[in-house]
Design a protein around this ligand. Structure first.
Ligand SMILES: Nc1nc2c(ncn2[C@@H]2O[C@H](COP(=O)(O)OP(=O)(O)OP(=O)(O)O)[C@@H](O)[C@H]2O)c(=O)[nH]1
Ligand SMILES: [Mg+2]
Length: 495
């Protein structure tokens, strides 16, 4: 039998072994050092263990997906979350929104210029009958249609405001693709529903939510924080120099009559055009307020991820991930990869849109599109364990529309001869959505619905509380208490 040689001594033990001629005093000092080292090591181990335990206790992040058609208010809802739970990041991004707000304003002014130009030069008026969405301001419309009220003063305003056309182009170029309109799309309301089995890779769809913000800051290395690229700065200069003329145009009674006749007045008043804020927004040192940022409109491209940590309440310490998607029909195929492991969906359905058509497919009524989408979400087998929370949004606009005398039954024949007031209309629409949930859900689920107006940040103080089923790990309850409905509509409807 072969005898193996003894293993050579371990070099580490050799290096750390005490010297052979160690004195008692040296030995005492060494043992003190070693004891100290062991203590520190034990403390580190204990810290790691405590952190692991805390992480386990906090659990996986809660994932919430915001769904709904384009312009339903998804990104506005995210901004409310940021205001409530990530105010420092909201503040950091605030000055970047100035260019978006300027673009929103300039687009509105250019829309007014288009309308008045067509009136001044009727030969160019190619789309006078194009506006068909609601029967607003009919009395003033017919009065205005009998005589053109525009004069040389309006021609002069047209000329002086002409540079805003270039400003719009420059800002669109700076801000990128999100400023383009949603492309026309004649496909399904829920293109992913047919493909539920074959889901794509999620990463393919995630887009940077900093894209347009960093684009604004590129170029000049020397720019300090909050400054933006020269194009946006030039735009701000031109806007400041046009302030008085923009106010004169918007407040002119002849122009208002033309806008009424062409049925764009209420859309301009109620959209994110900042037309009633020109004096403030056009100032050279303008800094957007929280409310301005919430109202500003920029289309979401792809899917954007937001991370929040809740510092208060029963869920303190837990991470929440919010996914904000582009809602245009052509973007909806990108939603499916996010259905896999989410806990809840906040579905935004703008109920003021009952008489409007989809921008991407003018044949489709917007409320009908929301109902089709809701049906696809409720009936999805992939989403059967996902909690659905419905925001019946834009209640403020519903109220305004009804107050203007728009009749719901003209666009929604099933409404019949029910009372044409905002409360009854909202309740009716809520019932429609509830019916879909009850009929289409693969398993019984609770109907959580809120009347919202998410541009109102004071009222939309979103507080979120979640409880986890300790045994299944499934979300058992997500309560989104929004202090909504009551203030906007002057009533509340129990959910
Ligand atoms: N008056 C009013 N305006 C709202 C409300 N909710 C959203 N808006 C406005 O509607 C516009 C569209 O809102 P967004 O939050 O950008 O819509 P979105 O669902 O994210 O749209 P996409 O990104 O295109 O899918 C913005 O100008 C908002 O200010 C509301 O409750 N009331
Ligand atoms: Mg959006």
């Amino acid at each position: 039998m072969a005898v193996l040689p003894l293993d050579p001594p371990d070099p580490l033990s050799l290096a750390t072994a005490p010297p052979r001629d160690e004195s008692p005093a040296d030995r005492w000092a060494r043992e003190q050092r070693e004891a100290q080292g062991r203590l520190i090591s034990e403390q580190i181990d204990a810290q790691i263990k405590a952190e692991k335990l805390a992480m386990k206790k906090r659990g996986k992040p809660i994932k919430i997906l915001l769904l709904g058609q384009s312009e339903s208010g998804k990104s506005t809802t995210v901004k409310n979350f940021q205001l409530a739970y990530a105010y420092s990041s909201f503040l950091q991004e605030r000055s970047a929104w100035r260019a978006v707000i300027h673009l929103n304003l300039v687009r509105s002014v250019n829309t007014i210029l288009d309308s008045s130009e067509a009136t001044l030069m009727p030969d160019l008026d190619l789309d006078a009958d194009d506006e068909d969405e609601d029967d607003e301001d009919d009395a003033s419309a017919s009065a205005a249609s009998t005589s053109s009220t525009l004069t040389d003063r309006h021609r002069a305003l047209q000329l002086r405001l002409a540079p805003l056309r270039h400003v719009q182009r420059d800002l669109e170029r700076s801000l990128g693709a999100a400023t383009s309109d949603a492309p026309e799309y004649a496909g399904d309301a829920a293109p992913w529903a047919r493909l539920e089995g074959g889901r794509g890779a999620r990463e393919a769809f995630v887009t940077s939510r900093y894209g347009w913000k960093t684009a604004l800051r590129r170029g000049d290395e020397a720019m300090s924080d909050g400054e933006c690229e020269p194009q946006a700065q030039n735009a701000a200069e031109v806007i400041a120099s046009c302030a008085e003329d923009m106010i004169a145009l918007w407040t002119d009674s002849g122009v208002q009559a033309v806008l009424s006749r062409r049925k764009v007045k209420s859309r301009l008043e109620e959209g994110p055009g900042f037309l009633n804020d020109v004096a403030r927004v056009a100032k050279r040192d303008y800094e957007p307020s929280d409310e301005d940022v919430v109202r500003a409109r920029l289309r979401t491209m792809g899917v954007q991820e937001y991370r929040f940590k809740f510092e208060r309440g029963p869920d303190a310490g837990r991470d929440w991930l919010l996914y904000d998607v582009g809602g245009a029909r052509s973007s909806r195929h990108a939603w499916a990869p996010y259905f896999d492991d989410i806990n809840a969906i906040i579905f935004l359905a703008p109920i003021s849109c009952f008489d409007e058509r989809l921008a991407e497919d003018r044949r489709v009524n917007r409320l009908q599109d929301s109902l089709l989408l809701w049906k696809a979400v409720c009936s999805s087998k992939l989403l059967r364990n996902v909690q659905l929370i419905l925001f019946l949004n834009k209640c403020d606009l519903l109220q305004k529309k009804i107050s203007r005398g728009v009749r719901v039954a003209n666009s929604v024949p099933s409404y019949g001869d029910r009372p044409n007031d905002a409360r009854s209309v909202a309740k009716y629409f809520r019932h429609q959505f509830k019916e879909v949930l009850v009929r289409q859900s693969p398993e019984k689920r609770t109907f959580y619905a809120y009347f919202t107006s998410v541009v109102d940040t004071k009222a939309t103080a979103i507080t979120v509380a979640a409880g986890m089923c300790s045994n299944s790990g499934l979300l058992s309850h997500v309560g989104v208490s929004c202090r909504l409905g009551q203030f906007v509509m002057g009533f509340s409807v129990a959910t």
